[in-house]
Design a protein around this ligand. Sequence first.
Ligand code: PEP
Length: 249
Amino acid sequence: MGRKFFVGGNWKCNGTADQVEKIVKTLNEGNVPSSDVVEVVVSPPYVFLPVVKSQLRQEFQVAAQNCWVKKGGAFTGEISAEMLVNLGVPWVILGHSERRALLGESNEFVGDKVAFALSQGLKVIACVGETLEEREAGSTMDVVAAQTKAIAEKIKDWSNVVLAYEPVWAIGTGKVATPAQAQEVHASLRDWVKINVSPEVSESTRIIYGGSVTAANCKELAAQPDVDGFLVGGASLKPEFIDIINAAA
Ligand code: PEP
């Protein structure tokens, strides 16, 4: 079975109630391919998840931007995977580079989070990617492999995982990876999964690209054989997100 194109919108820590209402209206009115062709998942900040979920067109889904590493309890300020499941939130983004860098989330911690979230029934968009220094040092694949290995060691079933390759130097910088750069890492990552997990998981797991994706660059990226969709930050707050969804067609 082919890999269905996947477009995620990461709203990060942005938006007021009014802005959220406008974004949802734009999403609901946009012309997009059928859900047989593209899976669309938007990720508002926690506080807006219930309202977005209830107002969003039915074929689009929602994701949380994070969740706690284990069962909820005395962890002030955290949101647990069980709460997301309880609210009917199907997806969660884990391992985003902003959390790895700003909040010190290690590869192992991200692996634990992915495993716990999956065990509770969530689907996971797991982010990996190298910094500019790491790319310039020639260690892109070592970094991405180590991040993926920390996840692979903790999980058995990959059917509810989407891998997001997000080079840190491309996130929010306007400096998108070239289609060739993205394809090179996606193909190597798929090979890594083939060797270290299984050929079946390698064939079926979607590997999406994130980092300064826009309406202007999405078509060329989407044409790469191992680019199975996008995780979009800044542009997911704008009407051009509809054009990016249409890159699937
Ligand atoms: C992201 O935050 O996941 C992202 C890809 O951001 P941007 O599209 O703004 O680079």
